[in-house]
Design a protein around this ligand. Structure first.
Ligand code: ADP
Length: 806
């Protein structure tokens, strides 16, 4: 303060007063600077500008009086503490002083100014200001201190809080970890129990063992009890214990790990399959490992193995495809059935097995079904690798994944080819049986009618013939009727025998060179009388030269075919013509028999070839017949490798055709032609025939038949006599050997005679006319066979044929 100038502002509207004031101040306070201002406004400005230490302020001034100036200055923050000394005119003016104090002034000086008082006042004011400044500074300092301390306190608090928070967090974390640890422990235990796998650790030195919960559970031991090393080993079965002992030993001694599947018996006595893995940690002197209950797994594995074996060994084909239908697996039977190996089938769509015999809709239905998750069951035909077709009964099952989508298809296919075939055959056989049953019933009716008719005539007329008074002509007429009826009966019986042999599948061809021209001629001759009686023209045509007309045929059967057809032609004709003959067509001779008879409705063109089938129904039949002729003919034609058919129109007539293979044979010198000729010309050189026949009636019949020609006849009545006479009589040219005879039968006699006269022709004659009988006779050594009763032409032609060959 000593050095510093004291700045004093004096405000008074009276300049003289100001000068006086200035002079006094300079005098009493030499170290001062005085700013003098003549108005309140200017005084305020100066105060703001110079920041005086003391202000001397006059009260009465124009525009702005001293009170106003004082108020303005005190309201100014910068100047509010600057001491203001009012300069009053009147010393005792109390009112002015109150106003001055209210306005904020600090002191008063009465005019005229006393220098000493002024100085004292100013200095006092300065002191007050100084004290105020100090006070203010002190306050500020204190405030600052308080603020600083508060801040420090706050900071300390914050730090403490943070610390607390950290602490809490740490506590929380610890809590959490404890919780997590608990959870993980539980989780581990649960996981172990689900996976049925536990862990264990074994201290090599202390032999102390640690088990996790699951290891206890697998052993069915209380979790709290601590296991001893022995106990662990002791649970193993007698078979497994030595294995685990050895493994543990090697782990301890050589640090070798082990991985074994063994068996234990639990504390509760249950046997369990276990998987134990041991890892030796010799550095830490431990063996650590896993222990797993694989009982279920083993069982499943066994089951799977069993299933697999079942599928592999199964006798049904199993195919497994993916969702697109491409094959993933086929079992060995699939290969056996289809011929395709697993490698060939893998990755392919099973459509490569398609036979092409099912329509598209069939497969569409199949796919619609299985794609919608349903099973499909059905039968279809497939094709093997070798092209062969086969039938299967299939069950196709879609296998869905956990999302319910089709993941695979399993097809199980049973080969039903054989059973289907059998079933079809059975059905056909059943139908056939039913049909033939029906036919047989109608046949029986029919046949009894057919048999009864001639039989009635035979019985009836035979009785009449016994009347001694009969006129010879009538007698002859009745005899004729009896003969005709017998023929008719015989033909029916022959037909029945033939059809039985055909049905039994025993009918065989006996092929020999046959001249079809001469056969046609023979037939013509046989039927010409009938044609004449019938008023019908009979004609035949054989376009081949005789030399080209000899072919390989079963002569008897061929003759029967033609005879049957001509028989029918005459049976169903009332007038017109019957033409027959043949034409050479390719490698076949096509025979025909044409008539102008009643004709056959087209519905029946195939039917009439079936056994016992006749166009007429039984009740109104007017034509005789067994209904067997055409079926026998058909069977015989087919045996020859030919066909039989017809063309016909109702009311106009019918043409029957049949074919036989044209197999040209070399002309035989002993051809049928010649034989027929020889019969007609009759033989000049007598032929000696030995007739071995025990029945008198039969002998007489043969004797009668042979009487037309030049034959010498000798008779014996059994086989024995036959053999004996052959030994002595060297004139015998041929023997007609009956088979059934007393003492020695025909077979035996033939055998014996052939031993010493191998070239002597022997013709067997018997009532049994089956192919088997015939064969038996031929095996015994007979040269031919003729069934009783025989026709004259047949008998003579056979005798001539055989004796000529001799
Ligand atoms: P059937 O002994 O009855 O004549 P077939 O088997 O010979 O037996 O003939 C069967 C049927 O075919 C005959 O019953 C007849 O109805 C018919 N049939 C055969 N041949 C002729 C033909 N030439 N004209 C008309 N019908 C015929």
């Amino acid at each position: 303060m000593e050095n510093k100038k004291i700045k004093i502002l004096a405000i008074d509207d009276n300049r003289d007063n100001l000068i006086t004031l200035k002079a006094i101040i300079s005098e009493v306070i030499p170290q001062s600077v005085v700013y003098a201002e003549e108005s309140g406004q200017r005084g305020i400005e100066s105060a703001r500008k110079n920041n005086p230490d003391v202000i001397l302020l006059d009260i009465i001034m124009p525009v702005m009086d001293g009170y106003q100036v004082c108020k303005t200055l005190k309201a100014d923050e910068q100047l509010s503490e600057t001491p203001i000394i009012f300069l009053t005119a009147l010393t005792g003016d109390k009112q002015s002083r109150i106003l001055a104090l209210e306005a904020g002034g600090e002191a008063f000086l009465a005019k005229p100014i006393d220098a000493t008082e002024l100085k004292a006042q100013i200095l006092a004011m300065l002191k007050i200001k100084e004290a105020a400044a100090y006070k203010r500074n002190e306050k500020l300092r204190l405030e600052e201190l308080v603020k600083k301390q508060t801040e420090e306190l706050v900071n300390a608090n914050i730090a403490a809080l943070n610390l607390l928070e950290d602490l809490n967090a740490e506590i929380e974390i610890r809590k959490q970890s404890e919780e997590e640890l608990k959870i993980s422990k539980e989780l581990l235990s649960e996981t172990e129990s689900i996976g049925k796998v536990g862990g264990w650790s074994f201290n090599i030195d202390t032999m102390e063992q640690k088990w996790t919960d699951e290891v206890y559970r697998i052993h069915e031991v209380e979790i709290s009890s601590s296991p001893s090393v022995d106990a662990g080993i002791n649970y193993y079965t007698n078979e497994s214990r030595p294995i685990i002992n050895k493994a543990v030993q090697r782990a301890i001694e050589h640090g070798e790990n082990y991985d074994l599947e063994l068996e234990i018996i639990t504390a509760k006595g249950n046997t369990r399959a276990v998987h134990t893995i041991g890892k030796a940690d010799l550095k830490n002197r431990r063996i650590n490992g896993f222990f797993q209950d694989i009982t279920e797994h083993k069982r499943a594995e066994e089951k799977l193995k069993l299933l697999n074996r079942a599928v592999e060994a199964s006798s049904v084909a199993v195919e497994i495809t993916d969702a697109e239908g491409n094959i993933n697996y086929v079992n060995p039977f699939f290969t056996e059935l289809t011929g395709y190996s697993y490698e060939e089938a893998r990755g392919k769509n099973p459509r490569f097995l398609k036979s092409g015999n099912h329509p598209k809709e069939f497969y569409k239905d199949l796919w619609d079904n299985i794609l919608s998750g349903k099973d499909w069951t059905g039968e279809f035909q497939n094709k093997k690798k070798n092209g062969e077709l086969y039938w299967v009964k299939a069950v196709i099952t879609p296998i869905l994944n956990s999302n319910g989508k089709v993941a695979n298809f399993v097809a199980i296919k049973e080969d039903i080819t054989q059973s289907k075939k059998i079933l079809q055959e059975l059905i056909a056989a059943k139908l056939k049986a039913e049909e033939s049953d029906q036919l047989k019933t109608s046949f029986l009716h029919n046949i009894s009618h057919e048999i009864r008719t001639p039989l009635n005539s035979i019985v009836g007329f035979s009785e009449i013939l016994t009347d001694p008074n009969l006129v010879p002509d009538v007698r002859r007429h009745f005899s004729d009727i009896i003969v005709k009826s017998s023929d008719q009966l015989l033909s029916i019986i022959n037909d029945i025998i033939s059809i039985s042999t055909i049905e039994a599948g025993q009918e065989k061809l006996v092929l020999k060179n046959t001249n079809v021209n001469s056969k046609c001629k023979l037939i013509y001759e046989q039927f010409s009388v009938r044609a004449k009686n019938n008023n019908t023209t009979l004609r035949f045509d054989t376009p081949l030269a005789d030399s080209d007309a000899t072919i390989l045929l079963d002569e008897t059967k061929f003759m029967q075919i033609l005879t049957n057809l001509l028989d029918n032609a005459f049976k169903y004709i009332s007038q017109g013509h019957v033409y027959f003959g043949y034409n050479l067509k390719n490698d076949f001779l096509e025979f025909y028999v044409e008539d102008t008879g009643i004709g056959i409705h087209s519905d029946m063109h195939e039917e009439i070839f079936k056994r016992f089938r006749q166009v007429e129904v039984l009740d109104n039949r007017q034509y005789g017949g067994s209904g067997l002729g055409l079926s026998i003919s058909k069977a015989y034609v087919e045996l020859h490798g030919g066909e039989i058919w017809l063309k016909s129109e109702i009311g106009k007539g019918s043409v029957f055709y049949f074919t036989v293979p044209y197999k040209l044979e070399k002309q035989d010198s002993n051809s049928e032609n010649q034989i027929v000729n020889e019969i007609t010309l009759a033989n000049n050189t007598p032929i000696t025939v030995l007739i071995a026949e025990d029945e008198d009636f039969n002998f007489m019949l043969v004797e009668e038949l042979l009487s037309v020609s030049n034959f010498n006849i000798i008779r014996v009545i059994n086989g024995f006599e036959a053999v004996e006479i052959c030994k002595t009589n060297k004139n015998i040219d041929l023997i007609l050997m009956d088979i059934k005879m007393p003492l020695m039968d025909g077979y035996e006699a033939t055998k014996q005679i052939k031993q010493f006269l191998p070239n002597l022709p022997i013709i067997a004659q018997t009532a049994c006319s089956t192919e088997a009988d015939k064969n038996k006779a031929l095996t015994a050594g007979c040269d031919d066979f003729i069934s009783k009763p025989f026709k004259q032409v047949q008998l003579i032609s056979k005798i001539i044929e055989k004796t000529n060959k001799k």
